[in-house]
Structures are given as structure tokens and as C-alpha cells.
Design a protein around this ligand. Sequence first.
Ligand code: ZN
Length: 226
Amino acid sequence: VLQNLVHLFYPQLCAACRQPLATGSKVVCVHCRLQLPYLDHFSLGENIITKMFWGRAPVQTAFSLLYFKKDTIVQELLHALKYRNRKDVAEAFGQEIGQKWLSLQNQPDFDLVVPVPMHRSKYKTRGYNQAELIAAAIAEVMHKPLATDLLKKPTRSESQTKKGRLDRWNSAEQQFVHSGKPHAPGILLVDDVITTGATIEACIQTLQHFNSHCRVSVATLAYAYR
Ligand SMILES: [Zn+2]
């Protein structure tokens, strides 16, 4: 009975190929795990992700775990996480990010973990923000506090009222708003996928608008290259 209950709460299928998982396997089957396209960063300070921000936004250190490509295992994993309630994907791979980060930098240069926020309406429909789940797993492994309410996406009416005094600089900042809560200067921004970096860049602008001394690092589960 207990085993059946466990099966009810923890789906026992591979999150990528949906075949039953062998006993002892978690989240992803052995076959899929062997095919995972890991990005091998040798430095957190200078890699493909940090270079993306050169000339755009100050990013101290950055890390992405996997390459994202259409029609691959990684797309399946992200899809499972976003649309099939497979929160265990965020937990397992978030922990992996935290462990790998610590192996490259045992004294992380941030003090607070902040997920890229999601619109409240979307959050209500989905029931969770996948970036927040990844951030929570990273924060736990790295023993850092998590702040889920520091940044938020403004509702449409909130954006409208701000529009009157927007200049060009503010149009990016407007994507996110700061809660106004004071915070430590070193922040790790977490998202599920990074593509052009525009979302992270907008978050950084919001953080720095509030505190110009803010140092930002970035972690994502996947990097979608073009
Ligand atoms: Zn599989």
C-alpha cells in the first residue's frame, strides 16, 4: 500500500521518454541520462553565458547546465516541467546546478537566490513557477536564502499607469518591478531557459535601478543556442 501511495505522488516514468523508470532511477531513465547534452563550463566568470552579456549588462558569474535544442530530450524535460507537472525535474536538475556551481566556486559570490518571476495570471493557471522551483533547489544545495517576491511582473494595469513617464531606458525595466525590499548586493538570477538573455537583462536593469551596487550572477537549466 505504501509503495502504491508513493507511486501516486511521485510519477515513476522517465520525464523525457516516458518509459517506466527502473528501481533506483529518479526523474530520468539511464538511457536518456546518457544522452543529456551537458555544457561543460570550466569557468563561471568567462563562458558562453557570461559572454552573452558583455556590453549589455554586468554579469559576474553564470552557469547553464544543458544545451537546449528542439526535438531533443532537453525539450522534453522542459516541457514536462512546464506543462506536465513534473516538478521533480526542477528539483533534480536544480540540485545538480548547485553541486556543479560549488565544485567550480566553493564560496559563491552571491548571497540571495532570485527566480525570474512569472505573471500572476500564468502562475494561477499553472500553479507554480518552474524558475522558482529550480531556484529553490539551487538555494537549498548552496545554503543560500531564496527570495521569490523581490522581483515581480507587473499586471497590465500597473504597466499602463507607468507608461506615461517611460523613456527608452525604462521600457526594458518595465517588464519587471522591484518590491522595494532592501537586499544583499550579490544576487543569483535563475530561469529555466536562456536564449537571447533579454529577460535576464531586463531583471538586471530593474535590480540595478533599485541598487546600483547590485552584483548579478545567472543560472539556468538550459541554454538555447542559435
Ligand atoms: Zn528516458
